[in-house]
Write a protein that binds this ligand. Structure first.
Ligand code: FES
Ligand code: FES
Length: 184
């Protein structure tokens, strides 16, 4: 018989009382009990960082944290990162730098960046790389992500990049097709 635990979670400033299986992870409680699907279920075993949330301002992996072990901590998910003043500077910087593509890694990436800036407001590039080393991105190549963290920290402005130029292709009806002789 599966055991049920009665737990209380503080998420994004709201208190929740839940009855969950004792083995319920924090990620499952967030996504499936509270409907906060911003925290992504990637590897579900602590490797990719997509499920990163803040616990008292510190980055943790919610897929390998039991929901009942998160009871005494103030949890912040990506849904709670923006404040009354609007987007968190990290969110603004990621947008300004174009530091996202598919977006799957981004909630975890931004929360790891926020945790870094909470304890180290002016990080060096090696510190940024280390802080984000547990967050995998399959799309961006990381350059713009690191840049965004530096922008959020006020260390630089977003790089201005010229749009990529490409040659106009000839209209298909003006392309001459060489007749090929097919030799039997
Ligand atoms: S889903 Fe948690 S680390 Fe990948
Ligand atoms: S933006 Fe697609 S995985 Fe990072």
């Amino acid at each position: 018989m599966r055991k049920t635990a009665l737990i209380r979670l503080s998420v994004n400033g709201e208190e929740h009382a839940l009855a969950v299986p004792v083995q319920r992870t924090l990620l499952e409680a967030l996504r499936y009990d509270l409907g906060l699907t911003g925290s992504k279920q990637g590897c579900d075993k602590g490797d990719c960082g997509a499920c990163t949330v803040l616990a008292d301002g510190e980055a943790i992996l919610s897929c390998i944290t039991l929901a009942q072990d998160a009871q005494d901590r103030a949890i912040t998910t990506i849904e709670g990162l923006a404040g009354p003043q609007g987007l968190d500077p990290v969110q603004r910087a990621f947008a300004d730098c174009g530091a996202l593509q598919c977006g799957f890694c981004q909630p975890g990436m931004m929360l790891s960046a926020r945790a870094l800036l909470n304890k180290c407001p002016k990080p060096t590039l090696p510190q940024i790389k280390e802080a984000l080393s547990g967050n995998l991105c399959r799309c961006t190549g990381y350059t713009k992500i690191y840049e965004a963290v530096e922008v959020a920290a006020g260390l630089r402005a977003p790089a201005s990049r010229l749009p990529v130029a490409s040659e106009r292709a000839a209209a298909s009806d003006s392309v001459a097709h060489a007749v090929k002789e097919i030799v039997p």
